[in-house]
Ligand binder design. Structure first.
Ligand SMILES: [Zn+2]
Length: 491
């Protein structure tokens, strides 16, 4: 048997009852306030999100794929509540590591950035989750970056020195608030590198003066290139405006990247930069284990050679996004088994012939369970995007459905309702691929069914009935549907 993949369907919207259940509980954890807090978007009915994307000097690994998957699942969940979402995810296409890679390979930095930007888009595209709404590149936003630096210099929050421009950390009283550090403690032990002209070891470059053989752009402070932190401030503010809803990224970005983003953005704006900081946990691997049993599947592109996209997505969904995640082949294989279970559920539901008798004693209880688990699902998602809990509700529901199916005590209509409802929940988790199951039918059976159609059209009912019985004998039921027939394997 083989599955046929169809194109992605339109995102579902939850029923008003489910939306209400979700909104009553909706909370998001904010790393800055260190608490799970009630969430409503800044702009009524529209969520604004910015996630830090990759620096493109290599293929992305599963650790980079995690925030990508989380951001698109968050987008789906907010959309299922009837909200609009603008998700911005940047591509850092100028950086020390890109230049170093170019020098090492004897080619231009631009060549490196282009190759790995394309590879990033190609690899993440294969996950089938769609794309962020805007994917800005640093080198395409130099004017916005210069404007922001200009504001900082004008307000005395940044100063030019030796061709660079540095942010003056002592000018911003809130420095350290995101990473929960005291500047005094940070300063002890910090050193100024010999090639840096900054006044304070904590100051950081927002503009790096041009070095020989390095790419540069003109600026009021001389030729150079933007620092990494300033790029995310400039691009998020351009597309989402001050005080946008959610800024996400890996925990490892809290310091210095996000700390510096907060400082320079709020110093320039004089107002709050971001409403909620969402940080995902890291993927934990044991070096030794990785080289031996994992081989090279830590790269997304290689993992996708071995695992279906939905298997990788289910693996990510099986942990809360803030938790660190163990990365192992065992866990990926476990995800594979769970995907197969879900797929089997859809096959069985889709081809379920219905209760043998007219009455279907399990309908009422099973449909009541459905409502219960749907509500629990949205409550889990509303609770700081607890995808693991939400996935648990799906599996709890399928266990109940399976026992009703096994006893043939469910009507076909109820089976259809369950199938559609499950598909809706799975879509939110990025797992709609498991719902697209079809059977590849033996050619001989299809030919017999077609011949039966022709006989019926010619009113040769005796032969049509004989063919129907012959098909049944081979393990398939032929059902007449508007405009043709449907072949269903007998369970
Ligand atoms: Zn960033």
């Amino acid at each position: 048997m083989s599955e046929v993949r169809q194109s992605a369907e339109a995102p579902p919207r939850f029923s008003p009852e489910l939306v209400q259940a979700a909104l009553a509980e909706l909370r998001v954890y904010d790393s800055l306030r260190q608490d799970k807090l009630a969430f409503a978007p800044r702009d009524s009915g529209h969520v604004t999100m910015y996630f830090c994307g990759p620096t493109v000097y290599n293929y992305i690994h599963l650790g980079n794929a995690r925030p990508f998957v989380i951001s698109l699942v968050a987008k789906r969940f907010f959309e299922s509540l009837g909200w609009g979402v603008t998700l911005v995810e940047n591509i850092t296409d100028i950086d020390d590591r890109i230049i170093a890679k170019g020098n090492q390979d004897g080619r231009s930095w631009k060549d490196v950035a282009e190759e790995f930007s394309d590879a990033y888009v190609e690899d993440t595209q294969r996950l089938g989750l769609g794309r962020p709404d805007i994917e800005p590149r640093a080198t395409e936003h130099i004017p916005e970056i210069l404007e922001l630096i200009g504001k900082l210099v004008e307000r005395k929050h940044a100063y030019p020195a030796g061709g660079d421009v540095y942010f003056d950390v002592s000018s911003f009283t809130g420095y350290g608030k995101l990473s929960k550090q005291q500047t005094g403690e940070m300063r002890s032990g910090a050193r100024i590198a010999p090639d840096e002209d900054k006044h304070d070891p904590l100051d950081f470059a927002v503009w790096k003066g041009a070095k020989p053989d390095e790419p540069s752009w003109d600026s009021p402070w001389g030729p150079g290139r933007p620092g990494w932190h300033i790029e995310c401030s400039a691009m998020s503010l351009k597309y989402l405006g001050a005080g946008f809803d959610i800024h996400g990224g890996g925990r490892d970005l809290i310091f210095p990247h996000h700390e510096n983003e907060v400082a320079q953005s709020e110093a320039a704006l004089g107002e709050t930069f971001v409403r909620f900081w969402a940080h995902n946990g890291m993927l934990l691997t044991q070096e030794e284990k990785m080289s031996k049993s994992l081989g090279n599947i830590f790269l997304l592109r290689n993992a996708l050679e071995e695992y279906e996209p939905e298997e990788l997505i289910l693996y990510f969904m099986s942990s809360h996004y803030r938790s660190p995640m163990e990365f192992s082949r065992e866990l990926l294989d476990e995800a594979r088994q769970q995907v197969e279970r879900l797929r089997n559920q859809f096959r069985t539901l889709g081809d379920y012939p219905g209760a043998a008798e007219a009455d279907a004693p399990a309908d009422e209880a099973t449909l009541a369970s459905l409502v219960q688990h749907q509500e629990a699902f949205v409550r889990e998602m509303a609770d700081d995007l607890n995808t693991a809990g939400a996935l648990g509700e799906i599996f709890a529901l399928t266990r109940k459905v399976n026992s009703a199916l096994a006893s043939r005590s469910l009507s076909q209509t109820a089976a259809e309702t369950l199938r559609n409802a499950l598909a809706e929940l799975l879509y939110v988790l990025g797992l709609e691929a498991v719902t697209r199951v079809e059977f590849s039918l033996p050619e001989e059976i299809v030919e017999m069914a077609e011949e039966r159609q022709r006989r019926r059209a010619a009113r040769d009912f005796a032969e049509a009935d004989r063919l129907r019985d012959a098909i049944t004998e081979r393990g398939y039921e032929v059902r007449d549907v508007p405009g043709g027939f449907k072949l269903v394997p007998l369970v």
